[in-house]
Design a protein around this ligand. Structure first.
Ligand SMILES: [Zn+2]
Length: 510
C-alpha cells in the first residue's frame, strides 16, 4: 500500500479568499504540507469582480468545468459537480449574501452517473458537490441549525449513491456536519465493499468555531489499497441513507452486470431455493417521507445488529432493505421467527417510517405463509431490557385470535399485569410515551394488547403464555436457554424454513 495523502477541503469561500488562504497558510505552517486544497460550495460568492481578478492572479487559467473526474498522479480519484440544480431552492434563496448563479445540467448528471456503470467500477475516493445529498442524515444524527425539509438534492443523492465515494464533501448549508460512515452494499445480499463518509462544511466567513469550514484528512487511493483494508466497516457504520428510484434501478443493473458473488452465497444455499413467482405487494415499504430518527449506536456488542460480528448468520432466513428475519435461539416451535431491524433500533416506536413499513411487509408475508399452513400468528414485542428490537412471531395451530387474546388477558391477571387494547389502525404512541418500556402483542385480527411497563415485568411472559397447555403446550420451552439446539440443527431448521417460506418472501424480488 502506498503512503496516505494529506488533503485539505474547504467549505464555501464566498469570495473570502484571503481569509481562507491565510488560514491554510497557518495550518500548513503548523502541520506541514498537504497534497491538495479542495474547495467546495460557493467559491466567488456574489461574483465580486475584484475577487475574480485576485483569483486570476493566483491561477493560470485552467478551464472551468461544472462536472468531471480527475485523477492525481498518485491515483487519487476526485469526482465533482459544481453549482446547483436549476430548480433548487438554494438558487432561489435571496438572503442577501448568497445567490447561486452556477447550475449543472441533466447531461452533467448523466455524465457522472455513467462513470459508475462500467463493469469494473469500484467507487471514487472523493466526491465534491455544492449541494448536500437529500436525506443523508437518515439513520443517524440529524444536522442542526438548518431546515432539513429543504436541505439537499435528490439528484446529488442519486449520484452519490451511484459513485460510492469514500469521502463526499458538500457546502452551501453554512453548517459543519460529519456523518457516521454508511455502507454501500446490502448486508448479506451483496459482497462487502468500502464505506462512505459524508461531510458538510460551513462557510469560510463564519465566526463560530464549531462550524468548521476546513477539514484535513489522510487518504490512500482506492486503487492502491488491498481489499481487506478497503472494506473495513467501523463499528458506527449505518445502512445507506441514499435511496432514489433512479439509482435503485441503476444499482440493481450494475450489480447484475458486475458478475459479483450472488447474494445467496453468504447464507442461502442456492440449490434449496428456486426463484418464486412475482407476487404483488402494494406496501413495499419505501416511505416517501421517512422520519429521521437517529438509531442510538449500540453501547456494547449487539447480537442483533446485522452488521456486527456477533450476529449468528446461520440463523438468518431473509434480508430486506432495512429489516431481516432470523430464527431465535431456543425457539418455542421450529418456525418461531424474529423480525429485526438491520440497524440498531430499540423498539417499534422508534423506527423510522421506512423501516417500520418493512417490518409490516415481513409480518404480512409471514401471516400469509402461516395461514397457508392453517396456523394463527402471534407477534409480540418486549421493549424492556432488550436493546435491539425483536418482533417475535410464533405460529399457533388450532386456535383463533380471540381465544389467544383471552388467554393472554387471563394470564396477565395472574401476574398483576393490565393490558390496554389498541385498535389495529391506532398508533402505539397513543398509549405509550416515547422512550418508555412496554410489552405488546398482535394477533391476526382484532385489537392489539399493550402493557406500558412501570417497574416490574416478568421477562418470559410472552413465551410463558404461548407455551401453556391451552396454546402450544410446550411447558419445557419457556426459557430459551434450556432448549437451545446444536448449530447443525439450527442451520437445518433455518434452511428448511427458507425453503418453505420462499414463495411468500418479498425480498426474493428486491
Ligand atoms: Zn443492535
Amino acid at each position: 500500500m502506498s503512503k496516505p495523502l494529506r488533503i485539505l477541503v474547504a467549505g464555501d469561500s464566498d469570495g473570502c479568499l484571503e481569509v481562507l488562504f491565510n488560514r491554510v497558510r497557518s495550518v500548513v505552517k503548523k502541520s506541514g504540507m498537504f497534497e491538495k486544497l479542495l474547495c467546495v460550495g460557493s467559491f466567488f460568492g456574489d461574483g465580486n469582480e475584484s475577487v475574480k481578478t485576485y483569483w486570476k492572479q493566483l491561477k493560470d487559467g485552467e478551464k472551468e468545468g461544472r462536472r468531471g473526474v480527475f485523477t492525481l498522479t498518485n491515483g487519487l480519484q476526485i469526482a465533482y459537480l459544481s453549482g446547483v440544480c436549476r430548480n433548487s431552492t438554494d438558487s432561489k434563496t435571496d438572503d442577501g449574501d448568497r445567490k447561486i448563479s452556477c447550475h449543472y445540467s441533466a447531461s452533467d448528471v448523466d455524465y457522472l452517473l455513467s462513470l459508475a456503470t462500467g463493469k469494473d467500477y469500484n467507487g471514487v475516493d472523493i466526491f465534491l458537490s455544492s449541494e448536500w445529498p437529500r436525506n443523508i442524515w437518515h439513520y443517524t444524527t440529524q444536522p442542526t441549525g438548518v431546515d432539513i425539509e429543504t436541505l439537499g438534492s435528490d439528484t446529488v443523492a442519486s449520484i452519490a449513491r451511484a459513485l460510492k465515494p469514500r469521502y463526499h464533501f458538500s457546502a452551501l448549508a453554512k453548517i459543519f456536519y460529519e456523518r457516521a460512515p454508511y455502507r454501500n452494499h446490502k448486508i448479506l445480499r451483496e459482497s462487502q465493499t468500502h464505506v462512505s463518509r459524508f461531510l458538510g462544511l460551513a462557510n469560510v466567513s463564519n465566526s463560530d468555531k464549531k462550524q468548521k469550514y476546513l477539514y484535513a484528512f489522510n487518504i490512500t487511493p482506492l486503487n492502491k489499497m488491498d481489499r481487506e483494508s478497503l472494506i473495513v466497516q467501523p463499528a458506527n457504520t449505518t445502512e445507506c441513507p441514499l435511496k432514489s428510484v433512479q439509482s435503485d434501478n441503476r444499482s440493481q443493473g450494475a450489480t447484475g452486470s458486475h458478475g459479483e458473488e450472488p447474494a445467496q452465497q453468504f447464507f442461502f444455499n442456492p440449490k434449496d431455493v428456486e426463484r418464486g413467482q412475482k407476487r404483488p405487494f402494494e406496501n413495499r415499504g419505501r416511505g416517501s417521507h421517512p422520519k429521521h430518527h437517529k438509531p442510538p449506536g449500540p453501547h456494547a456488542p449487539c447480537w442483533f445488529c446485522l452488521g456486527s460480528p456477533q450476529v449468528e448468520k446461520h440463523l438468518v432466513v431473509s434480508v430486506g432493505d432495512s429489516c431481516y428475519m432470523a430464527l431465535p435461539k431456543g425457539g418455542l416451535v421450529p418456525e418461531h421467527i424474529l423480525i429485526l431491524p438491520i440497524g440498531h433500533f430499540p423498539s417499534t416506536l422508534e423506527l423510522p417510517e421506512d423501516v417500520a413499513a418493512e417490518t409490516e411487509t415481513f409480518k404480512k408475508c409471514l401471516r400469509q405463509y402461516f395461514h397457508s399452513k392453517k396456523k394463527s400468528c402471534v407477534i409480540f414485542e418486549r421493549n424492556f431490557r432488550s436493546p435491539h428490537l425483536q418482533l417475535q412471531v410464533v405460529p399457533v395451530s388450532g386456535a383463533v385470535s380471540d381465544d389467544i387474546r383471552e388467554e393472554f388477558k387471563e394470564s396477565a391477571v395472574n401476574v398483576g399485569i393490565t393490558f390496554v387494547e389498541l385498535e389495529r389502525d391506532e398508533p402505539l404512541s397513543h398509549i405509550v410515551a416515547p422512550k418508555t418500556p412496554y410489552f405488546m402483542i398482535e394477533f391476526d385480527s382484532g385489537p392489539h394488547l399493550v402493557h406500558p411497563i412501570k417497574g416490574y415485568f416478568p421477562l418470559q411472559f410472552g413465551r410463558q403464555v404461548l407455551a401453556s397447555p391451552n396454546l402450544l403446550n410446550v411447558p419445557g420451552r419457556i426459557d430459551w436457554k434450556s432448549c437451545q439446539a446444536s448449530k447443525e440443527s439450527e442451520t437445518e431448521m433455518a434452511t428448511s424454513f427458507r425453503r418453505m417460506f420462499q414463495p411468500y418472501d418479498f425480498t426474493r424480488e428486491l
